[in-house]
Design a protein around this ligand. Structure first.
Ligand code: HEC
Length: 103
């Protein structure tokens, strides 16, 4: 391989370490998925708009990766049928709107 290609390839490999765990997923689309599949049950539990689920004392999540994993778990538990890119959009939305985790 030519050195320039090796350089480019290694830049591509190190890039994701700096990026968000959900890549550049669009939080606006995530809100739509979330409101459709997730809100009703959280509202039943916490009332209001259900968002207290994400802001309650003793909430479970600490990092961006936790948010992404939790969304994936909930997706399969409630059979929302999302693909990973939809999980990513919802995680991006929840972090932007509620969790505000920096890492
Ligand atoms: C059938 C009811 C139900 C549905 C539907 C549901 N959830 Fe939940 N969710 C819960 C319950 C109950 C908890 C609290 C779990 C606990 O305390 O261990 C929870 C907790 C969470 C948390 C963690 C809150 C925190 O910070 O402590 C996230 C994030 C979450 N849900 C996302 C989702 C997403 C995304 C969906 C849609 C795919 C979804 N939930 C659908 C019942 C539901």
């Amino acid at each position: 391989m030519k050195p320039i290609i090796v350089l480019l390839a290694s830049a591509l490999i190190t890039l994701p370490a700096l990026a968000e765990p959900w890549g550049n997923a669009d939080p606006k689309v995530g809100k739509e998925h979330h409101d459709k599949a997730c809100v009703a049950c959280h509202v039943r539990l916490y009332g209001g708009d259900g968002s207290k689920m994400y802001t309650r004392d003793g909430r479970l999540l600490m990092t961006k990766l936790d948010v992404l994993q939790r969304v994936a778990t909930c997706n399969s538990q409630v059979k929302a049928g999302w693909f990973p890119d939809e999980e990513a959009e919802v995680a991006a939305y929840l972090n932007q709107q509620y969790y505000h985790f920096k890492e």
